[in-house]
Design a protein around this ligand. Structure first.
Ligand SMILES: Nc1nc2c(ncn2[C@@H]2O[C@H](COP(=O)(O)OP(=O)(O)OP(=O)(O)O)[C@@H](O)[C@H]2O)c(=O)[nH]1
Length: 460
């Protein structure tokens, strides 16, 4: 997601940065290109127009033209404007101590049921007592899907029976609460392929009965900004409070996320980043803007590392990090999401990597079998592997010698990455990184003032 847009914006901005000073004509030309790049990424026309108008206006107002670091100032303006377009400050549902009811609405296939399961996991891990309600009576399989997700997360699921009235559902919820009190109830409602009156009536009735404190529209990023066209109708009938954008891990162009705030007027609370239950992240406009401009997302990386509970990394020094550790960590990291995504969170990496770069998950399996075919001594110091050992290990793992060579190289790169992270944590290992994250304005991400001085070098 955002890869094409990011590359284009970075190219335009890099060109500006190479100039000593900027003329009015240069800035205007760049703004036209930015607008084109946004439109090609399927961003709403009005959003693209306003985006460029605001950056241009500020560029004039701040007397960028003629100033010495004009290019860098434009980068900052674009970065700031991206943050604003994505919603400005990160917003999250405000939960009370008890009595929280979250309604999940959206079109069929948007990812409602999956996101309901993910939210249950997210909040359960925050100490909430969650109950799920499977209210999708249109599609019996959806109730079964939610039951399975509930089992996986370890939260109960109350299933709405066919023909049950909203008042009866309320009654059953009250009875449930008396025997097994829950402070957060998440309701997976019925979806349709298209908006239909009957569905809206049903949702509105259920809403009146259950009185949700949050009503979240789930939208599919792969559908592009078109996915947002339903928001108005949903909002008119059930008063949306926020959005969840799913399938941000796909190759969607970014139009939905970038247009969402402008088109719907609602904040994006969460982004779905995989099919797995762990694939849900609170949405941070500043971090996403940083990723689009190739500035990475160090805080996102730290959070994932912490969640993966990378115990040995806490104490290991980068130089000591060997293939045995890599094997253990890979098994942990795989729980956290695709490695290709993690690497792109490192500042500068999205530009440094070859176009279309991705890590095949099968590749990770292969790495696992390659390391498993080595002796402990070799895992500790892979540089001792001579040609014949590399050949035998490759055969044992069902792969080529070139793959073993790549693995040894990747190990070195990982050590470099760790060195960088450890330097940032003041040499305290990954354990210290949490303190760094917490120290950064409530861990909300890099602020514009903390931007790297230049955009990372392109693939020149
Ligand atoms: N890659 C990816 N796939 C997702 C994500 N969220 C949901 N999906 C997939 O999208 C498909 C549809 O998801 P569901 O949760 O069944 O959709 P729904 O909106 O509940 O659909 P109905 O119950 O039919 O209304 C499933 O295959 C999910 O695994 C995501 O963030 N990333």
């Amino acid at each position: 997601m955002f890869e094409n847009l990011g590359n284009k914006l970075q190219d335009i901005l890099e060109r500006l940065q190479r100039e000593k000073t900027l003329t009015d004509t240069q800035v205007k030309a760049a703004m036209r290109e930015i607008r084109m790049a946004l439109l090609e990424a399927d961003v709403n026309f009005g959003v693209a127009k306003e985006f460029v108008a605001r950056v241009s206006e500020k560029a004039v107002g701040q007397e960028v033209l003629g100033s010495l670091d004009a290019g860098q100032m434009v980068v900052k303006l674009v970065h700031d404007e991206l943050i604003q377009t994505l919603g400005g400050e990160s917003k999250q549902p405000v939960l009370k101590t008890e009595g929280n009811v979250v309604f999940m609405v959206g079109l069929q296939g948007a990812g409602k049921t999956t996101s309901t399961g993910k939210l249950a996991k997210f909040y359960k891990e925050k100490g909430r007592r969650v109950l799920l309600i499977a209210a999708d009576t249109q599609r019996p399989a959806a109730r079964e899907q939610l039951r399975t997700l509930g089992n996986q997360v370890g939260v109960p699921v109350l299933e709405v029976a066919n023909g049950e009235t909203p008042a009866q559902t309320r009654q059953r919820l009250n009875e449930f609460q008396q025997t097994d009190f829950r402070d957060l109830v998440i309701v997976d409602t019925a979806g349709r392929l298209q908006i239909d009156e009957n569905l809206m009536d049903q949702l509105a009735d259920l809403q009146t009965a259950l009185q949700p404190t949050e009503t979240l529209l789930v939208v599919d990023a792969m559908t592009g900004q078109e996915a947002l066209s339903v928001a108005k109708t949903f909002d008119e009938r059930v008063n949306l409070t926020g959005l969840i954008i799913t399938k941000m891990d796909g190759d969607a162009r970014g139009g939905a996320a970038l247009s969402a705030r402008f088109v719907t007027g609602k904040p994006i609370y969460f982004a779905g980043t995989s099919e797995k239950l762990t694939g849900l992240e609170p949405f941070y406009p500043d971090r996403v803007a940083g990723r689009i401009l190739g500035m990475g997302d160090v805080l996102g990386l730290i959070e994932r590392a912490q969640q993966a509970d990378l115990q040995s990394m806490e104490t290991k020094k980068a130089e000591e990090f060997d293939l045995e550790d890599l094997l253990n960590q890979l098994r942990q990291i795989r729980k956290m999401g695709p490695l290709g995504d993690l690497i792109k969170l490192i500042p500068g990496m999205s530009r440094a990597l070859p176009e279309g770069f991705s890590i095949d998950e099968k590749q990770i399996h292969k790495i696992d079998s390659m390391i498993s075919s080595m002796t402990l001594k070799e895992r500790r110091n892979p540089k001792i592997l001579n040609a014949s050992r590399r050949k035998r290990i490759a055969a044992g793992a069902g792969t080529q010698v070139s793959e073993i060579n790549k693995l040894v190289k990747m190990h070195e790169q990982m050590k470099d990455m760790m060195k960088m992270l450890q330097r940032m944590s003041g040499g305290k290992g990954m354990g210290g990184m949490g303190k760094l994250g917490a120290g950064m304005k409530g861990g909300r991400g890099l602020q514009p003032s903390q931007m790297p001085p230049k955009l990372p070098n392109s693939r020149r």
